[in-house]
Design a protein around this ligand. Structure first.
Ligand code: SAH
Length: 224
């Protein structure tokens, strides 16, 4: 079976398990080659629904988590997105497919921040190699501070677990009418995924499900 067949099978199973329902997200998951974002040793496991190690103690989330976060964020064409925790760059590529499926017509953009330079460089290389170089900007730094230069953002996703108090810069840099998707809780155990919507500078937070992510480390995150 080649990678494309394996990817279709994975997408079918995520649909059956109701993690994937939106046609736009299904299309993006079918298109983005997850195996091209992984270190050599993990490539053969690319289309198993499991988190995988990407080095420096970090992990790429399981595909069902990518699917779930993309669906919850209701990403649409033309939006400006901020991702905290680039990791492999795979989730940023999925977001790029959703906000700029036809870049020439609708230039949505994804800004993604990674604190480890080695991962940021590798992710940038993978994004360029897979054709997302113009749609995704990779920044090396502390994502808990957000990215004020390009704020406000229609959508913000955090792919590392925050302390219970959500970093205030991220709430500030979210557009009114925007959505923030963030796991929050304790550093090691007991985290929950939240969807926070902002309307007229007021926030409405909903818990979605229990999750487990690597910690968000930084000024408004956990200490190292
Ligand atoms: N979204 C990624 C997986 C993220 S794993 C993917 O698709 O592969 C979480 C990442 O968040 C790790 O790479 C970790 O180094 C990074 N991280 C943790 N705290 C951070 C911070 N304050 N700013 C930016 N990146 C951070």
């Amino acid at each position: 079976m080649d990678y494309e067949d394996k990817r279709s099978k994975l997408v079918e199973s995520l649909k059956k398990r109701a993690f994937l329902t939106k046609p736009s997200v299904i299309k993006a998951m079918l298109k983005v080659p997850r195996h091209k974002f992984l270190p050599k040793g993990a490539i053969e496991s690319a289309y198993i629904d499991s988190p995988l190690s990407i080095g420096i103690g970090q992990t790429i989330s399981a595909p069902h988590m990518n699917a779930m976060m993309c669906e919850l964020l209701e990403l649409t064409e033309g939006e400006k997105v901020l991702e905290i925790g680039t990791g492999s760059g795979y989730h940023a590529a999925l977001c790029a497919e959703l906000v700029a499926p036809d870049y020439s017509k609708n230039p949505g953009h994804v800004y993604t921040i990674e604190r480890h330079k080695e991962l940021a460089d590798k992710a940038e290389e993978s994004l360029i190699n897979t054709g997302y170089g113009d749609i995704v900007t990779v920044i090396c730094g502390d994502g808990t501070l957000g990215y004020p230069q390009e704020a406000p953002f229609h959508k913000i996703l955090v792919t590392a677990s925050s302390p219970k108090k959500v970093p205030p810069p991220l709430k500030k840099q979210l557009k009114n009418g925007g959505i923030l998707c963030i796991p929050a809780g304790s550093k090691e155990w007991g985290q929950d995924l939240y969807i926070i919507s902002k309307k007229e500078n007021k926030f409405d937070s909903k818990r979605v499900t229990g999750v487990r992510f690597v910690p968000l480390i930084g000024e408004w995150g956990f200490p190292e």
